[in-house]
Design a protein around this ligand. Structure first.
Ligand code: EPU
Length: 334
């Protein structure tokens, strides 16, 4: 197992914030590496984490130990005339798997193009975009338990997926390293479009393929989300889900507020709430709110993790005061 020492936080996460150091970084290139890390190294340190692409993490404080998942094999493990089951290594880039699927005519993840990060990070927050989420296609998650080092396979049901949520953020938090996932896709090229903005973009076509959806998502994301040069971790907060009576009372005061029914509750748009509080494009030193999407916090250069956190707290307080709604971070804050 390769070990690197004293790595600065700006080299480890897509936020590229400064002010924190990882003392030892273990690179996990095989299941054996993951087992050794889980059973021998992680239990002996006060604080550890596994980094995939570092795309959903804000490092605020230095930590003694981290691991980078680098298992990168992929294969077709089952195939019929209508479906395929893929096994994807935790260290693969998620987007490269989406490209692989679309180019082979396997449908089910094409709307999740360009989501930054690795396959291993995907089940932790149940990644999703434009009407698709990982839990729609996930069959199982393989990993290693900490501290026993036991290799286990969890069924999708055992992963308890929810909106940006899973067992890996709850009961198994800090106690599981994802090494691979299994997903089942359909062999078809015509697409099912389940998101208004995408449907509008594709409305001039007679029939829409999964390749069209892939390209449209790439175009939308490039137009709304920050370019790679600008540090960020995508959406910083989750969209808040509130009781119907709370939503009705808000809608009386703010009739244009975007809202979506979700299993008997109502999902609000955190980006809208934040924009209404006047934060879109705001800057506090090098910590800022992206000018084209208020849900995305950005690092304009030399922001420290703590600077981003201070801005996030200011935003939460403003949204609480104006709307009585509590925003919850989507990004993992260390
Ligand atoms: N909006 C504003 N102002 C803004 C941003 C958004 O008013 O600055 C309002 C608009 O009315 C828009 C609505 O918010 O119609 C929804 O915006 P958008 O379609 O951009 O989606 P989102 O709810 O802000 C979620 C995910 C994104 C994902 C998109 C598309 C969460 C926390 N975020 O954002 O995921 O790409 O939907 O499906 O659920 C991520 O998780 O990092 C991420 C980028």
């Amino acid at each position: 197992m390769v070990i690197e020492r004293d790595i600065e936080s700006h080299q480890l996460t897509t936020f590229r914030t400064r002010g924190a150091v990882v003392r030892e970084l273990y690179r996990l290139g095989s299941l054996d590496d993951a087992i050794a890390f889980a059973s021998e190294i992680a239990p002996k340190t006060s604080h550890w984490l596994v980094l995939g692409g570092g795309s959903n993490v804000l490092l605020v404080r230095s930590i003694p130990c981290a691991a980078r998942m680098e298992i990168a094999d992929r294969s077709v493990v089952e195939e019929s005339s209508t479906r395929v089951v893929l096994r994807l290594g935790g260290g693969l880039s998620w987007h490269s798997c989406v490209e692989w699927a679309v180019s082979n005519g396997w449908a089910g993840i094409e709307a999740m193009a360009l989501i930054p990060g690795t396959v291993g990070a995907a089940p932790i927050q149940n990644i999703g975009a434009y009407g698709q989420q990982l839990s729609d296609v996930c069959r199982w998650v393989e990993g290693v338990e900490v501290p026993s080092g036991r290799a286990v396979t969890l069924s999708a049901a055992e992963c308890r997926f929810g909106y940006r949520d899973s067992v890996f953020k709850r009961q198994r938090k800090g106690a599981f390293i994802v090494t691979a996932i299994g997903i089942e896709l359909e062999k078809r090229t015509e697409a099912h479009v389940a998101y208004d903005e995408l449907a509008r973009r594709l409305s001039d076509r007679r029939s829409v393929t999964i390749g069209d959806v892939f390209e449209a998502v790439v175009a939308v994301r490039r137009s709304k989300l920050p370019p790679d040069e600008l540090g960020s971790a995508g959406s910083f907060f989750k969209n808040p889900v509130v009781e119907p009576d709370v939503a009705s009372a808000l809608l009386e005061r703010f009739p244009t507020m975007p809202h979506y029914q979700q299993n008997g509750a109502v999902k609000l748009s955190a980006g809208w709430l934040i924009e209404q509080c006047g934060f879109k494009g705001v800057r506090r030193g090098d910590a800022g709110v992206y000018e084209r999407h208020a849900l995305v916090l950005v690092n304009h250069g030399a922001a420290r993790g703590a600077d981003i956190l201070t801005l996030a707290d200011e935003i939460k307080a403003a949204v609480r005061e104006r709307f009585g709604v509590e925003l919850e971070e989507e990004v993992n804050i260390i």
